[in-house]
Design a protein around this ligand. Sequence first.
Ligand code: ZN
Length: 244
Amino acid sequence: MKKTFLLMSGALLLSATTALAGGHWSYSGHSGPEHWAGLNPAFSACGNGVNQSPVNLTNMIQAQLSPIAVNYQKTPMTVLNNGHTIEVKYQNGSTLMVDGHTYTLKQFHFHTPSENEINGKSFPLEAHLVHADTHGNLAVVAVLYKEGAPNKTIASVWKNMPMSPGTENKSAETVNAADLLPANHDYYRFNGSLTTPPCSEGVLWIVMKNHPTVSAAQAAKLNKALGFNNNRPVQPLNARLIMQ
Ligand SMILES: [Zn+2]
């Protein structure tokens, strides 16, 4: 109870601060995606960036991409509803290696429907596994779930999903982000940005080619917890190529 109160105070303080700075953003209306850049000078990349995410992945280029190496440990199941997404912070010690470069897993969170599209196709749910290297460079592994049988890992997270913004649920359970991934780790690769303000660029995107299933009801529960869909529209590829 005390924990929830502190978090809510924090969320209120944060929203008061960002409101003063003109930084309150959302997924619709006057603070929606097409207005993000104008809400705060720090969000300018949302409007004038040229390597923005999400994108419609299309015209993929055949490249000799080396396999990614995933070494994730389980982490305590502490699930936060931050008003924009449902997020699980990750304990230190879980790593992703891409081309000999090591990133540490920081958190994972979800979007409904998917943010990225593949050849114009949208998916009901997308997970973002957010990693950073020691210099603060970000790498996001994205998993696009197709509609089908309920997903066991999503179910275990959703069971602890706080249904109101600014609240966090702690449970004695653990979760391993490796279980969010498809068995086959083949991927598409390109450069992009954060899909939420400040839309910072220089983010390495690794999008899984294979799609685990999620039920329609599971995808709908994320919308219910947030009260809206939390997908930014796809952004122009401009000069970028998608490698596979
Ligand atoms: Zn995301």
